[in-house]
Design a protein around this ligand. Sequence first.
Ligand SMILES: Cc1cc2nc3c(=O)[nH]c(=O)nc-3n(C[C@H](O)[C@H](O)[C@H](O)COP(=O)(O)O)c2cc1C
Length: 256
Amino acid sequence: MLAGDFALKILLLSGSMRGERSASLKVARAFVKGIVEEAGATVTEVNLCDKNIEPCHGCFVCWKATPGVCCVKDDMDELRKLVMEHDVIVEAFPLYFFNMPSQMKAFTDRMVSYVQEYRASNGDEEGNRFLHNMRYPELNQKKLVLVSTCGYETTVGNYDSLTIMFDKICGKGKYTTVFAPQGGVLSEKSLEAKVNKYLVKFTDAGREFAKQGRLSEDTREKLQVPMLGHNTFDMIINMNWDKQDVGPYGRPINKE
Ligand SMILES: Cc1cc2nc3c(=O)[nH]c(=O)nc-3n(C[C@H](O)[C@H](O)[C@H](O)COP(=O)(O)O)c2cc1C
């Protein structure tokens, strides 16, 4: 069980520019709901797109001159503090060209101040994985969950680049993935009832995560089963691209 004698704290970071329209946020909220129902957690939700996050300057001031302290003063100070204060970090984002979108990548890069520098002589290597130990030991106790939707009909092969990256950063099996295909149809208003039914399996997965601290391989595979069969999916996306007034896409996103 994830929660013990203390109240579990979840930080849900959304990395989609689509705000409340985000399919990935919808899936992440369903998953987090399961954790809350099972473990009685509190949730802090932050949309990274509302935050000012500069790209990492690559100066390594945070490793050398002021270890742990980044010299770029923007909203990352607040976000790093939030990471330290929470037990489960859920990162929700769309798949962009087989990896994370730039706002989530900027956040990831700027967390570099919270890992230690790599030194070949320290034996900071494990096979072909180069290790960066956490600067603060509390960070090792935190659980990281990546929740993402992609637009293609299936997730198969589309998340390889992302998982290779996180296997290198965190280590294999040290983080949890929740991936779903057909993100466009998950945002489709006319399918709301079907989507809500589909989302129940993510809430159930959240419960499993709260109980076990991880998801079984079987559950992770089931979460990736597409909501729609090939013909229906094909028909809907064709309508989506061809008709201006149909579907969640094709209009500018206004910040809500
Ligand atoms: C710039 C860009 C790149 C994308 N790259 C991919 C991709 O590589 N594979 C894929 O399946 N979908 C891709 N998509 C589609 C999104 O991943 C998909 O629509 C997702 O469900 C949107 O999630 P959101 O509503 O949470 O933003 C891309 C979309 C954009 C705008």
